[in-house]
Design a protein around this ligand. Structure first.
Ligand code: MG
Length: 179
């Protein structure tokens, strides 16, 4: 059991290709291009999953869900997130908050970020004010700026789960009789 506050960081990037649905934060986004990947390619859920694994001292998403393992082919990344969340619970921790950044030149994600945030909060079982999804462009720079890929960054804070309170009567220790 971990009895300290833990922070974790996650990053991921996937290539945009034709003929794939675009999944971000477990939500399907309207787009002619989707993210390539062995799973559904949900770059945001992968970054959050990695951040949670890192925070509880585990390895990374690639070790737990290898891209050469047929059982994860086409898998919904919600599965990875749920398994990482289970590891958090097993370590005696709970999620405090999650902060994320999506970087995409296309499609423009500004109109989608609140819906993605809401969906991600639901998947994590957190109230909305503990989850943030920021959407940025890459100012036309590099592969992300050219619209060839989407990048995600995530930071999570985990804290020890509160023990259930046991109401115990306070009794004064009896004074020892002097012999
Ligand atoms: Mg990935």
């Amino acid at each position: 059991m971990i009895q300290a506050t833990r922070v974790g960081i996650g990053f991921d990037v996937h290539r945009l290709v034709r003929g794939r649905p675009l999944m971000l934060g477990g939500l399907q986004i309207e787009s002619p291009l989707g993210l390539e990947g062995h799973s559904d390619g949900d770059v945001l859920l992968h970054a959050v999953t990695d951040a949670m694994l890192g925070a509880c001292g585990e390895s990374d998403i690639g070790d737990f869900f290898p891209s050469n393992d047929p059982q994860w082919k086409g898998a919904a990344s919600e599965t990875f997130l749920a398994k990482a969340l289970a590891k958090v619970g097993k370590a005696g921790l709970v999620l405090n908050n999650v902060d994320t950044i999506l970087i995409a030149e296309r499609p423009h994600l500004g109109a989608w970020k609140e819906a993605i945030r809401s969906n991600l909060a639901g998947l994590l079982g957190l109230p909305l004010d503990r989850v943030c999804v920021k959407a940025k462009t890459n100012e036309g720079l590099g592969p992300v700026g050219k619209g060839e890929a989407i990048e995600a960054h995530a930071v999570v804070l985990l804290k020890p789960r509160k023990k259930s309170k046991v109401v115990a009567k306070k009794t004064k220790p009896k004074a020892k009789k002097r012999s």
